[in-house]
Design a protein around this ligand. Structure first.
Ligand code: HDE
Length: 706
């Protein structure tokens, strides 16, 4: 008989609701529930005298405040979370007995936390970094965590090097600089001496490290796990998440500017998307390798610095996750959630991947100090939905009131309960892998091919993506003061591709390698490039509409409606907040003023026709807006007189068509519609340009300053 509790999409929320504060919140009280009559002045001797120790309300309020902070995560300190649910497409019974992967009708609640790795809790979102992608499934068989990243591999092979990596990449110990950045001497000093890091360097210097949105990045389990079915047959697996909106990135210049203008850019994007009903969705995929094929690849399948190329091991998309609710309280949920790769359920097992093995220890260990003791799993966000029953007792912050006198097993006084469950009753049975070996500090020879997959990655990039990588090296190594360190990194990447090394050396003032490395070859894995991603939707994209007094209202209404119908979010941007008057004397509410926004927070810009163009083309703000959007490869649309603003901007060398279509421009994502053109066809072209996301070739137009 299946004695497990039934779970649905709402189960976790219902559990959390039970710890919400008392709805009777009319009066302020102390923590003892005593009503407070006055909270503006402390109790004193006379109106100008000293405060009294007996003022219990004052002391309690200050003491609690003094202790509000807990240690931030040593890595992944900066994060944002959301609730949602997961559904499998079809029963996975053949491969795993995990209950949440059996029934397509079942919705398993999840909580996801996205994060940057290096920065402190208050650091900017848009820095160059790996992003964490951690998912907790509240299944009826207990909590299952996939604690992943947005890149499929890692910097190192063995967890024992993790403290070295993190010490090298965090702000330097003497002066605590730089914040949230790998662009400094100690990281590159470490990297230059560690060939196994090369593949990951290619990923971290690619556009993957500056995602446009948490909703537009992939997730990967990185480590190798196992699926085990009810018969006990096991297969090696790797986990993938792919966003339905496609994988899109920011421009590096834009990312840096956003870090100042809106350091919460990715957090805000996630929050607002969920509030607006644009629920982020990700498909869940697995790659599986049969046990007998373990050694049939030219990489070691336990090596976390390697991908399993899709061409060799296909990804099977088996389910979908939807994020549909923001947390009620950041601290209680997003900050206090505790993930651990060792949180597995029956049907999912571990592997001997040496990076994973170390992680299995580290996460529980770090929670003990971060969350203040061994009872952190009682914190509401960490509580499983399946019942917890064992003989673990006491410790700091214990909230369960265990009853009876028995806290040991076996026992007769308590009818031998709780007792171990056999596998048929859902007991977790570790996969019986046969192992034989000597105790040694060593790794298998196969782990030592550090460059083949770095070459594969480089080769799979488009020309634009390659250029971004080269420029990222120029930035990162350009911030390194020690030229010896710069040179060592150039020598390292010379192993990937000789031309890459030369191009990097050119930008950072060091000689090219003494002997040019071999070219990277021709082998490609097309899906490593973001060029192959989804580009047929404008859902949830933000479009700025620049409008001053005298814009053509009917046209704006038509374009705005078409964009909204396709799921985008147009906003009126004008000099001041309030209302802005159209040519025919009607008014529209301004969404953002020049002072509070900029092109960098939008995906596209549209300049309507009307006599307002006379004003716009003389406004440095509007001109800069267009220049910057152009430089960052964003779609730009202009109708009628609106084209005047483009002509006043630095977009030179671009001929403006004033007849219908403007097809040559549309190729570059600059869509215009002259007096003869039709607004309908403008809308179609503009939507196609927005769906493309960015028109990166434009970055090369050096005559456009921004
Ligand atoms: Fe983590 N990692 N990690 N990591 N990691 C932590 O646990 C660690 C690694 C990842 O949103 C810490 O609760 C070691 C790979 C995410 O709360 C800590 C090693 C991957 C998060 C820790 C790794 C990750 C963490 C710090 C080398 C991708 C944030 C706070 C073997 C698969 C989870 C905490 C959240 C957090 C240790 C490498 C992902 C110290 C020792 C590889 C997404 O325990």
């Amino acid at each position: 008989m299946d004695t497990r509790r039934k779970i649905n999409e709402k189960s976790k929320q219902e559990q959390l609701d039970r710890v919400h504060p008392d709805p009777e919140r009319e009066y302020l009280t102390t923590n003892q529930g005593v009503r407070v009559s006055h909270t503006d002045d402390a109790l004193k001797v006379g109106e100008r005298g000293p405060t009294l120790l007996e003022d219990f309300h004052f002391r309690e309020k200050l003491t609690h405040f003094d202790h509000e902070r807990i240690p931030e995560r040593i890595v992944h300190a900066r994060g944002s979370g959301a609730h949602g649910y997961f559904q499998v497409y079809e029963p996975m019974t053949e491969y795993t007995r995990a209950a949440f992967l059996q029934d397509p009708k079942k919705k398993t609640p999840v909580f996801v936390r996205f994060s940057t790795v290096v920065g402190f809790r208050g650091s900017a979102d848009t820095v160059r970094d790996v992003r964490g992608f951690a998912v907790k499934f509240y299944t009826e068989e207990g909590n299952y965590d996939i604690v992943g990243n947005n890149m499929p591999i890692f910097f190192i092979v063995d967890a024992i090097k993790f403290p070295d990596l993190i010490h090298a990449i965090k702000p330097e110990q003497h002066h605590q600089m730089p914040q949230a950045s790998s662009a400094h001497d100690t990281f590159w000093d470490f990297a230059g001496s560690l060939p196994e890091i090369t593949h990951m360097l290619m990923w971290v210097l690619s556009d993957r490290a500056i995602p446009r949105s948490y909703r537009m990045m992939q997730g990967f389990g990185v480590n190798t796990f196992r699926f085990v079915n009810a018969e006990g047959k096991a297969r090696f697996v790797k986990f993938h998440w792919r966003p339905l909106l496609g994988i899109h990135s920011l421009a590096w210049d834009e990312a840096q500017k956003l870090a100042g203008k809106d350091p919460d850019f990715n957090r805000r994007d996630l929050w607002e998307a969920i509030e607006m009903g644009d629920y982020p969705e990700y498909e869940f995929g697995v790659q599986m390798i049969e046990e007998e094929d373990e050694h049939n690849f030219d990489f070691d399948i336990l090596d976390a610095t390697k991908i399993w190329p899709e061409e060799e091991v296909a990804i099977r998309w088996i389910g979908k996750m939807t994020l549909n609710r923001n947390p009620d309280n950041f601290f209680a949920e997003t900050e206090q959630i505790a993930f651990c790769p060792a949180n597995v359920v029956p049907g999912i097992d571990l592997s001997n991947d040496p990076l994973l093995q170390g992680r299995l220890f580290s996460y529980l260990d770090t929670q003990l100090i971060r969350l203040g003791g061994p009872n952190f799993q009682e914190i509401p966000i960490n509580r499983p939905l399946s019942p917890v029953a064992n003989n673990q007792r006491e410790g700091y912050h214990r909230t369960t009131i265990d009853q009876g006198r028995v806290s040991y097993f076996p026992n007769a006084l308590g009818e031998n309960k709780p007792r171990p469950a056999p596998a048929e009753e859902g007991g977790y049975v570790h996969y019986q892998e046969k192992i034989e070996g000597r105790k040694i500090r060593a790794r298998s020879e196969k782990f030592n091919d550090h460059f083949s997959q770095a070459k594969l990655f480089w080769n799979s990039m488009s020309e634009v993506e390659k250029e971004h990588i080269v420029k990222a090296f120029h930035f990162e190594l350009g911030k390194v003061s020690d030229t010896g360190v710069r040179s060592r990194v150039v020598d390292l990447i010379n192993n990937v591709d000789g031309d890459l090394a030369i191009r990097v050396a050119q930008g950072i003032g060091v000689p090219p390698p003494a002997r040019k490395g071999a070219p990277s070859g021709t082998k490609k894995s097309p899906n490593l490039s973001q060029e192959t991603t989804v580009m047929d939707t404008i859902k949830s994209r933000r479009v700025a509409i620049l409008a001053m007094e005298g814009y053509n209202r009917d046209e704006v209404v038509q374009v705005e409606q078409a964009l909204k119908d396709a799921g985008a979010h147009p906003e009126i941007v004008s000099e001041f907040y309030g209302r802005v008057r159209s040519a025919d004397g009607k008014e529209m509410e301004v969404d953002r003023s020049y002072a509070t926004t900029g092109s960098i927070v939008y995906d596209a810009v549209y300049i309507p026709g009307g006599r307002h163009a006379e004003t716009l083309k003389n406004q440095s703000y509007a001109i800069h807006f267009v220049n910057e959007a152009f430089k960052h490869g964003k779609p730009i649309g202009a109708i009628g007189e609106g084209i005047e603003l483009l002509k006043a901007s630095a977009i030179k060398g671009v001929a403006f068509a004033d007849t219908s279509g403007g097809e040559a421009l549309a190729e570059m994502g600059v869509v215009t519609c002259g007096s003869q053109g039709s607004v309908e066809s403008f809308i179609d072209q503009f939507k196609t340009a927005i769906a493309r996301h960015r028109h990166w070739d434009r970055e090369r137009m050096e005559q456009v300053p921004a």
